[in-house]
Design a protein around this ligand. Structure first.
Ligand SMILES: O=C(CO)[C@H](O)[C@H](O)COP(=O)(O)O
Length: 235
């Protein structure tokens, strides 16, 4: 079931660890979820239909099982486009997502999806690909709890952070502050590495979507000690 208090229960004084289940061992998903449970502030689930992205990723029945077992809020990132986004957002809300993010590239369909989510008491988010200007976010900002900015091409993992990613986060932070939307969280998604997290945090990211940085860590407690120390230092 969705934890309807999202995002109010999240700490705001440090960088949040948003763990991407796409980078888990999918054959041992339950074990990997248990392994990262003490550290993950949010579980990030990428949903893709191989039209907006190169491949398919995750589906509602699986997300429902994940949500039942989850010890952290579940964020579904809908990497899809077209009027189908309203029905998709509804399916993932019913599956137990606490936050459903649509892409700004969906335009009026995405706005309709956010209104539908709000009517059901589910938090909404908006995401933007690297290629799109930040202006595309404007109609969405007053309707969302989180903005996810891609730092790599969408729908791929293992890629390096784009050189523009930090500047885009800083510009978005200014945009949000200017509109009195200081509480809206900024998530950095893609290219999250030990070398890039300090700059992303300094630019204004509230949460980083960790794939291999979490599941590939040899020493998980040390990796998250590092992350939390870093967040406290830069907050
Ligand atoms: O959508 C993503 C990146 O765009 C995913 O969150 C992915 O899990 C990241 O993996 P990695 O950090 O290992 O590249």
């Amino acid at each position: 079931m969705a934890m309807t208090s999202f995002p109010d229960t999240l700490p705001r004084n440090r960088l949040l660890a948003e763990i991407s289940l796409w980078s888990a061992d999918l054959l041992n998903l339950a074990q990997d979820m248990a392994r990262i449970a003490p550290y993950g502030d949010i579980l990030h689930i990428d949903v893709a239909d191989a039209r907006f992205t190169p491949g398919f990723l995750f589906f509602p029945d699986l997300v429902a099982r994940i949500a039942e077992a989850a010890q952290a809020p579940v964020h579904v990132h809908l990497m899809t486009q077209g009027d189908i986004v309203v029905a998709q957002a509804q399916q993932f809300a019913e599956a137990g997502a606490d936050l459903v993010t649509v892409h700004a590239e969906t335009g009026p369909d995405g706005l309709e999806a956010l209104d539908m989510l709000a009517a059901r008491g589910i938090a909404g988010g908006v995401a933007l690909t690297l290629e799109q200007p930040l202006e595309a976010l404007e109609p969405f900002l007053s309707k969302v709890a989180m903005v996810t900015l891609m730092g790599t091409r969408i729908g791929i993992k293992g890629a390096g952070l784009d050189p523009e990613a930090c500047a885009r986060i800083s510009q978005l932070r200014c945009r949000l502050d200017a509109r009195g939307l200081e509480k809206v969280l900024i998530a950095a998604d893609g290219g999250i590495r030990e070398t890039t997290v300090p700059d992303l945090r300094a630019a204004g990211a509230d949460t980083v979507v960790m794939g291999s940085l979490a599941f590939g860590a040899e020493d998980l407690p040390a990796r998250f000690d590092w992350l939390r120390g870093l967040g406290a230092q830069l907050a």
